[in-house]
Design a protein around this ligand. Sequence first.
Ligand SMILES: Cc1cc2nc3c(=O)[nH]c(=O)nc-3n(C[C@H](O)[C@H](O)[C@H](O)COP(=O)(O)OP(=O)(O)OC[C@H]3O[C@@H](n4cnc5c(N)ncnc54)[C@H](O)[C@@H]3O)c2cc1C
Length: 382
Amino acid sequence: MDFDLGDDAARLRARLRDLIAAHIAEDYLGAFTDDPADLDVSQRFCRILAEEGLLTVAWPTEYGGAGGSVWDQTVVREEMWAHHEPRGAQYMGLNWVGPAIMAFGSEAQKARHLPAIAAGEVIWCQGFSEPDAGSDLAALSTRAVADGDGWRLTGQKIWTSYAGMAQWCVLAARVGNGTRHEGITMFLLPMDTEGITVRPIASMLGHHHLNEVFFDDVWAGPGSVLGEVGEGWAVIRRTLAHERVGIARYARCERLLSALGRELAPEWDRLPPAVHAQWARALVEVRVARLLAYRAVHAQDTGAPADVPASVARIAFTSCDQHVAELLFQALGHESLEAGPGAPLHGAVEDHWRYAQAATVASGTIEVQRMIVSKSLLGGRR
Ligand SMILES: Cc1cc2nc3c(=O)[nH]c(=O)nc-3n(C[C@H](O)[C@H](O)[C@H](O)COP(=O)(O)OP(=O)(O)OC[C@H]3O[C@@H](n4cnc5c(N)ncnc54)[C@H](O)[C@@H]3O)c2cc1C
């Protein structure tokens, strides 16, 4: 398989690597560590990318983008994820919240939100999952009741990434008494609205990543509905496909696999042949994941249905994530559990392992992705 995306892509990649080298420390592990300075680094870097026209590289110019191709966006995504995603939570705004607003939003919503995302100024969170509606998202029960020219929202979301740092939330709630997909409606809400409470959930991803979010009679004004009332499921289906492809963890896997030889030299040659074989298998898996990502990007680019290719890619990304995490542990031994500056690869191994465990749950579990793919192959309804 020829992965070469051409000279322009190579130049873009080199430019991104220069920018990362200039602004991101070698031992940076992302925006969600216990050190608040890491979030500041990410916020500054997003503004730099925006000034360089690289944050929303594939957005149309009328919305503050650089009018590039989805392949430019793919290169940006790969370089960012390979280097511990220095865009922090903002990857979500440009990957799918912005495109969803472009596709379903009113002119006022586009004018309000798209320039802010393109300038690297805003963090969004995604309020979909609920305590009794995770894989079965259509069972969600957060209610939106019409009140004057707006709505009153009541309910609870869970596992909401970045809610503690986000200024805005894109939220799924149910209007009326319909069941399942009927009545699901998307809202765009400022996180400082009265009645919203965020409670962090302590997890192996640290204190800043996952949250519960409570909505207690929260006012959503006119103009806060994204798309049509009751048509939220279409928005969700479209956005989830973007989200699933948008997290290029295979690029991080490949960078860690290459770094392993350098980290271990000269002990690398003394490792058991089985570990060498495992390394080679992991690299093949990573390259397959990349190929499947490109298939999903191609589907999105050509307007073909992208949800099944996105699920196939997501299965490959998250599986190789876990296999690479295990291989790194095998090769580096107990030292890989260390975190902090003296740890192997600056703690990137320990960090990668923790996130890899969560990867097969986030964005829809691997079991659910497999069901989407098998139903499509068997001709069943989704
Ligand atoms: C790191 C991380 C970040 C996240 N960020 C967000 C976010 O920002 N916003 C948001 O809304 N949500 C977020 N989530 C939530 C995530 O989308 C849900 O955890 C996921 O959809 C699974 O839902 P659940 O946790 O309720 O598990 P459940 O749906 O209860 O599933 C439990 C287990 O049962 C299995 N299962 C369920 N149904 C079936 C079935 N029909 N067939 C076979 N197996 C089944 C699942 O695969 C899983 O193994 C995040 C999760 C993680 C881990």
